[in-house]
Write a protein that binds this ligand. Structure first.
Ligand code: NAI
Length: 338
């Protein structure tokens, strides 16, 4: 079997894969996979990718031997799974790896925004002035309403943490878990009601055709003035145009974003801007500019998709990825998506 691993992997991580699949021909490619570098995996039976790879129809068509894709992530919206299925290519993900990891990070963003921690730290580094508090007044979480959109594994952990802060909780999910709601003393409402009533909205739904721009100009205009929004799910859940509009209008008080619409393009920013004729769509430039605008906004905190990134979670991802690839090789596939 030929297995190609895409994306940055530490030496110890590469060693784990080499030892686990010693009978296979293994290659490691530091870059993400997309239609520009399929030649690096052209004979691969198996590819193993991360969320930054773009496993599109074109990529799938360029890999004639491909039989199996293992993503080292929970989300798999970067893989054209429907098309893969038509070609008999199976896809496996890591369904859960410490869902509390992303939930804990979510509260990192909430607390940074509610208590101006990053702002205060930057100020002290620049000034060493311990007498100046201006612009650093925060707000308590106790008694505030948290609107959770998506109450799956991560959303449920967010709810448990919010409960400990004494927050009032309301939630929206396509498939409400009423028993969990009863046990944890929160109510399910419509999406519009959650958006309208929450002081802080936090997104934990997957990115699908249905959830594209779930948060948009129409529902942002319903938000409480000064409400906050947190996104550790996928950038495409929020219409970036509308988010910038809401922030500029003062409808949104601040945003904590671990994910951005078009975040993959941000990694290729220099290449995109220096080779404008490379067949890019005008939308690529627009999203890049909008992401840059967001990064420069003082009431926006942006992190580079690291909500999952703890020692414990990475160990779990690697363990399950090895199991996924081994399962496929031994004709006993596990964690297949759809
Ligand atoms: P999950 O599958 O356990 O839960 C997702 C929940 O969202 C389910 O309850 C589902 O019914 C609900 N849902 C689906 N479509 C919806 C819609 N259109 N509107 C409202 N609710 C909807 O997934 P989990 O493990 O909680 O992860 C959620 C998302 O978090 C993942 O899909 C992934 O995109 C993202 N994620 C981000 C990470 C990061 O590092 N930033 C790491 C891990 C996951």
């Amino acid at each position: 079997m030929k297995i190609s691993f895409f994306g940055s992997l530490e030496k110890s991580e590469q060693d784990l894969f080499l030892n686990s699949f010693s009978g296979s021909e293994i290659s490691f490619v530091k870059e993400k996979l997309d239609e520009t570098n399929t030649d690096l995996a052209k004979d691969a039976d198996i590819i193993c990718v991360f969320v930054d790879s773009d496993v599109s129809k074109k990529v799938l068509d360029a890999l004639p031997n491909l039989k199996f894709i293992a993503t080292r992530a929970t989300g798999y919206n970067n893989i054209d799974c429907e098309y893969a299925k038509t070609k008999g290519i199976k896809v496996a993900n890591v369904p859960a790896y410490g869902s509390h990891t992303v939930a804990e990070f979510t509260f990192g963003l909430v607390l940074d925004l509610s208590r101006n921690i990053i702002k205060a730290n930057n100020y002290i580094r620049e000034s060493s002035d311990f007498n100046y508090f201006s612009g650093m007044e925060g707000f308590d979480l106790l008694g505030k309403t948290l609107g959770i959109i998506g109450t799956g594994k991560i959303g449920k952990n967010v709810i448990k943490i919010a409960k400990a802060f004494g927050m009032h909780m309301i939630a929206y999910d396509l498939y409400p878990d009423l028993a969990f709601a009863k046990e944890n003393n929160f109510e399910y409402k419509s999406l519009n009601d959650v958006v309208r009533e929450a002081d802080i909205i936090t997104l934990h739904a997957p990115y699908t055709k249905e959830s594209h721009h779930l948060i948009n100009k129409e529902n942002i205009s319903m938000m409480k003035k000064g409400a906050y929004i947190i996104n550790t799910a996928r950038g495409e859940l929020i219409d970036t145009d509308a988010l910038i509009w809401g922030l500029k209008e003062g409808i949104i008080g601040g945003a904590g974003l671990d994910v951005l619409e078009g975040e993959r393009e941000l990694k290729d920013e220099i290449e995109i801007l220096s080779s404008p004729a490379s067949g890019r769509h005008i939308e690529d430039y627009k999203t890049l500019l909008e992401d840059r605008l967001l990064i420069d906004m003082p009431n926006v905190i942006i992190t580079p998709h690291i909500a999952f990134y703890t020692r414990e979670a990475v160990a779990e991802i690697l363990k399950v990825t090895v199991e996924n690839i081994r399962g496929f090789v031994l004709s006993n596939p596990v964690n297949l998506v759809k």
